[in-house]
Ligand binder design. Structure first.
Ligand SMILES: Cc1ncc(COP(=O)(O)O)c(C=O)c1O
Length: 388
């Protein structure tokens, strides 16, 4: 019904992703798929009105989030718990400033979304990082290390649920255990759930706040329609905080930081996508799943030295290149220059992940195939030049 083979030419649009001429970009977590016609129509309607002035956050924006999360994720986030923000990252930075103090520690589970580090360090807090353990099949929390860190000056955990870059859907047991340990040690959990609607067909993520009352009371959940419906450039999110005391604090912060008011398009675009976009989302997930299979088959046939961890969430692939290099920052630059394809390098997501690359698969299968051919060519050139 929808055509995910069709991608817009973004070269003339100052696109961040497509900023390197001649390079096929498979790095930043940004989609190339054509967004929904109903979203485009909602934006056009607003343009035709000719009134693009300041806009209050309408009630229907929060209704759309509430209805969607009830229907798709079986949790009732009350409207009075919700606050608009101009994005998940602006919210995270603001929340770090409000909920923690200078020099406090903020815990992350690495490898994790690189901008979490910026939000912590730029606000003069200290990053505490607990590396996930890979058992050959799955990434798991090192509970001993996690608990020791939580007890050692940590005031907040920033959880990526599901996890970018490894694509992990946290289990109910893991989410409950995180909540219990954090609650017992007075740690607030900021659960970034921006990737939650990009999952293997048939799979579901578990909202952190949904599992019990403890989790609800210590949680700040950031959700959005941006990542899954290709609306990131509109800049919007919804921050959900059941605990009144924390909500008041964060609300003050978001307003003081001037990130609590949206532009003239974001409310209508997000609302219509959430209200009427489920069929598009389901098809998009099938398409991304197929792209993951294309990647897996390609590596199995042509590049056996690379180990692909097939994650059930996100459109990102986490690939270990340890048999090729121990410096993927260098490798990614090399591939960009010599093979004209660009990936994200592992070290961005945690210091101990220097052998990994992250591949963005939210593009047409034609681009995926072309990108993989360029990867193969680039790796062969690299091996010739820097044979281990
Ligand atoms: C885990 C995670 N959180 C937040 C963002 C960005 O959110 P926003 O564009 O709403 O600031 C990204 C983008 O890649 C992400 O991967």
């Amino acid at each position: 019904m929808y055509n995910f083979d069709k991608t817009a030419n973004r070269l003339e649009t100052s696109s961040l992703k497509w900023m390197y001429p001649d390079v096929l970009p498979m790095w930043v977590a940004d989609m190339d798929f054509d967004t929904l016609d109903i979203v485009k129509d909602a934006i056009k309607k607003r343009v035709d009105l000719g009134a693009l002035g300041y806009t209050n956050t309408p009630d229907y924006y929060f209704d759309a989030f509430r209805d969607f999360w009830i229907k798709r994720h079986h949790v009732d986030f009350k409207k009075e718990w919700m606050i608009f923000s101009t994005g998940v990252v602006p919210a995270i930075s603001s929340i770090v400033r409000r909920v923690t103090k200078i020099n406090d520690r903020v815990l992350v589970l690495t490898p994790t979304y690189n901008i979490f580090f910026n939000s912590i360090i730029n606000n003069h807090r200290e990053v505490s990082q607990s590396d996930l353990i890979y058992d050959g099949k799955e990434y798991k929390i090192d509970w001993k290390d996690f608990e020791a860190r939580i007890k050692n000056g940590v005031r907040m955990l920033i959880l990526c649920n599901p996890q970018n870059p490894v694509g992990k859907i946290w289990s109910r047991g893991e989410i409950e255990r995180i909540g219990k340990i954090c609650y017992e040690n007075n740690v607030v959990v900021l659960s970034d759930e921006i990737h939650c609607d990009i999952v293997t067909p048939g799979m579901e993520y578990i909202p952190f706040a949904s599992v019990n009352d403890i989790n609800k009371q210590i949680s700040i959940t950031c959700i959005s329609a941006s990542k899954c419906f290709n609306l990131a450039g509109l800049q919007g999110a919804c921050v959900v905080i059941p605990n009144e005391k924390i909500r008041k604090l964060v609300n003050r912060g978001l307003n003081t930081d001037e990130v609590a008011e949206g532009n003239a398009f974001v409310y209508d675009a997000f609302s219509v996508a959430l209200n009427k976009g489920e069929a598009w989302l389901d098809e998009m997930n099938k398409y991304v799943y197929n792209n993951k299979k294309i990647l897996r088959n390609f590596l199995n046939e042509n590049l056996k030295e690379l180990d692909y961890h097939f994650g059930d969430a996100t459109y990102l692939a986490w690939v270990d290149c340890k048999r090729i290099t121990d410096d993927t920052k260098f490798l990614c630059e090399y591939l960009k220059d010599k093979a004209k394809v660009y990936f994200s390098y592992g070290e961005e997501y945690g210091v101990n992940f220097k052998t990994f690359i992250r591949i963005n698969l939210a593009t047409s299968k034609e681009n995926v195939t072309e990108g993989l051919n360029r990867l193969l060519k680039g790796i062969n050139l690299y091996k010739e030049e820097y044979k281990k």
